[in-house]
Write a new protein. Structure first.
Lengths: 402, 402
């Protein structure tokens, strides 16, 4: 037996066809007052026109009832079984800050904290210091600490009391449990969860002591904690797996980071929605698989703003011709999870998607929405199978068996 | 990689929401003369009204084409993969008789049999002696045999020639093959299938010799056979897995036994249908997951009585408001397998189900029936995933990954 990924990879051949995956983050929703979801109640003539020529279905991102984080959500859309390929919190935090994490590097999420005498942690968040203060503290630490016990250390400020530490060097493994007492009280130092993590735990604790020393005259942030030790997982690259040249157009660092993790080239897309659409057009000749990420549908869902999420769908709809006019051979439109405004959070509901190519069996859909997709001919499909289906429609897969 | 059960268990948090699973045993059917199934042709206004606000689908209990027994049917509905968690026949027989089976106990199904000279089995069923005779024989054996080779023995009469033996004591394992020649002829004694089963096989054979001795003057039942040696499987309890307080309202011993096996509290529900509905209401405050079992839909299906099964659905429909008026946060209605009257037996057909909660995407169903469910937005779902879906709708699961 072999995995789905190995199966598809083994069938892949090179080709000239072009594939495009448009991800509306958090696309799936729940019915609002008029009975339609955010997507269903949006004015979306371009999406509907495409749906009429496409095949529709629902994506199960992780498994029935399971609410996906952004990491598993995207890995699944990129063809990786999210239960097989997991991404640690430290790594995702680093990706979110746009930090380049290499193989063997270990990331940890840091908190600035208030320490009392005798290694007692008085406030695990140092009173949630302002982000500006955080930046100043990180700058100070950078001046003083670039190496600990032979390991290189890089530091990056986050919001309020949060920062990220990246450790590089021989013998560092992420098999380390948090240096964090969880509640105010005596410090709990980093401990290896496996002998392989011994050196990393030792380096982490030495780093924390050095930070205490450098910040000894600061108040309230006179120390730090570290948790979520994680290395970039070994993920085979899309290019190697499927003989494609993949590129990503995204505005948010975390999604660029996820795309980089699977071997995509990151296109210059700026900070605005239009930028991601234009980035595809300007790089059309150089790649054959484009991942286009729209963050704001998820953000408006998380805000609980049904109408704003609906309007965001409408804005994407109005920009869609910039992609369809490039005439990709295969276009898939989906979300990485649902984010119903009513829940103000990611949810477990399957995600509507459509797939258009010259080789679909159109099912006569009148629109692109949750309920039309639930009746779609593609059924409810594990999201990590989408990549293989796109490759099939791009005529990039040979026959299995004779 | 981990199993579905481990995945869901790891995501579970405590909560105050309440879940209810109503099982109409053998619910699924086949079309009768007027073209509708037993369920479809029933007058079921309450089920239909709930369906209009719910999501519908079909449950695949074990696997496509596989007819489930009651054990796998229920384990699957309770969230256990029925191919991973198997229940031996001896255990199920014991549960069906309402026998309390502890950890380490080994159950076996017994037959009273007619033995000839020289350990030859002449009739494996002793001419199917009347149940009354069976009771008298078991009583006689109880007087004479309470222990064999240091193991405690408990005996329970069944129907006709069948009884159940439960062996308790150190070193007893169910790795034993039947003490039963299968056809009339020389006795085949119990043999260990694994060295761990040696003591149990030895005890079983000594027990059979003792029975021969006690019943030497009886005719035709002057001996016995034992088969289906099995221990209660180690099944992690629902409470531990999902941080819930589960309770069962059922009238039949086997279903109470199955519920006890997975750690449910058994409510006092009497012997009548109304009792199970009222038991839920009277215990509503003390639990947060209720399993309600209606046996008679299956019984009427097994009788081959289409109309009686249809009427049983109607009776459940009329009682449904006693459950819905309790306002559970999540209500799932399903069968544990199909029992079409036309087949007079369990069948492999997927089972219609619906799930109602404030967080569904209603698909505008006009009724609750096999064909409406086959078009439902939840698709065809492995039944053992229902528990996780109920927990999701009860807002009891946290996000997977960051």
């Amino acid at each position: 037996m072999f995995s789905r990924m190995e199966l598809i990879s083994g069938l892949t051949v090179e080709g000239k066809s072009k594939m495009l995956l448009l991800v509306l983050d958090g696309l799936g929703g729940l019915p609002g007052e008029d009975g339609g979801t955010e997507l269903e109640s949006a004015h979306r003539p371009n999406l509907d026109a495409l749906a009429a020529k496409a095949e529709l279905g629902m994506l199960e991102i992780v498994d029935v009832g399971v609410t996906p984080g952004s990491g598993p959500g995207h890995l699944s859309l990129f063809g990786y079984d999210p239960l097989e390929f997991e991404i640690g919190r430290g790594i995702l935090e680093a990706l979110g800050l746009g930090i380049d994490v290499g193989p063997g590097d270990v990331c940890a999420r840091g908190n600035f904290a208030t320490w009392g005498d005798g290694d007692v942690v008085v406030d695990r968040r140092a009173g949630r210091i302002p982000t500006e203060k955080n930046r100043a503290l990180v700058e100070k630490l950078r001046q003083e600490i670039s190496e600990v016990e032979g390991a290189r250390v890089r530091l990056y400020p986050g919001e309020e009391h949060r920062f990220v530490a990246v450790f590089s060097g021989d013998g560092l493994k992420d098999a380390v449990f948090d240096a964090d007492p969880q509640v105010a009280g005596p410090m709990k130092w980093a401990t290896p969860t496996d002998p392989a993590g011994e050196r990393m735990a030792h380096v982490a604790n030495a780093f924390i002591r050095k930070v205490r020393d450098v910040l000894r005259d600061e108040r309230p942030a006179n120390g730090c904690l570290l948790r979520g030790f994680s290395s970039a997982p070994h993920i085979p690259s899309l290019g190697e797996l499927y003989k494609i040249r993949p590129a990503a157009a995204a505005t948010y660092p975390m999604y660029k980071g996820l795309a980089r993790l699977v071997g995509m080239e990151i296109l210059e897309a700026g900070k605005e929605l239009e930028g991601v659409f234009d980035a595809v057009a300007s790089n059309w000749g150089d790649f054959d698989y484009f991942y286009v990420h729209v963050k704001y549908t998820d953000s408006r869902g998380e805000d609980g703003d049904f109408d704003a999420k609906r309007r965001m769908v409408e804005e994407v709809d109005s920009l869609l011709p910039r992609l369809t006019s490039l005439c990709p051979d295969v276009i898939a439109i989906a979300g990485d999870h649902s984010t119903p405004a009513r829940l103000k959070a990611h949810s477990w509901h399957p995600v509507p998607f459509m797939l258009a190519s010259p080789y679909v069996r159109p099912c006569g859909a009148k629109s692109f929405g949750e309920r039309e997709c639930a009746r779609g001919s593609l059924g409810i499909m594990p999201a990590h199978k989408l990549m293989g289906l796109m490759l099939a429609h791009a005529l990039r897969l040979v026959k299995f068996g004779a």
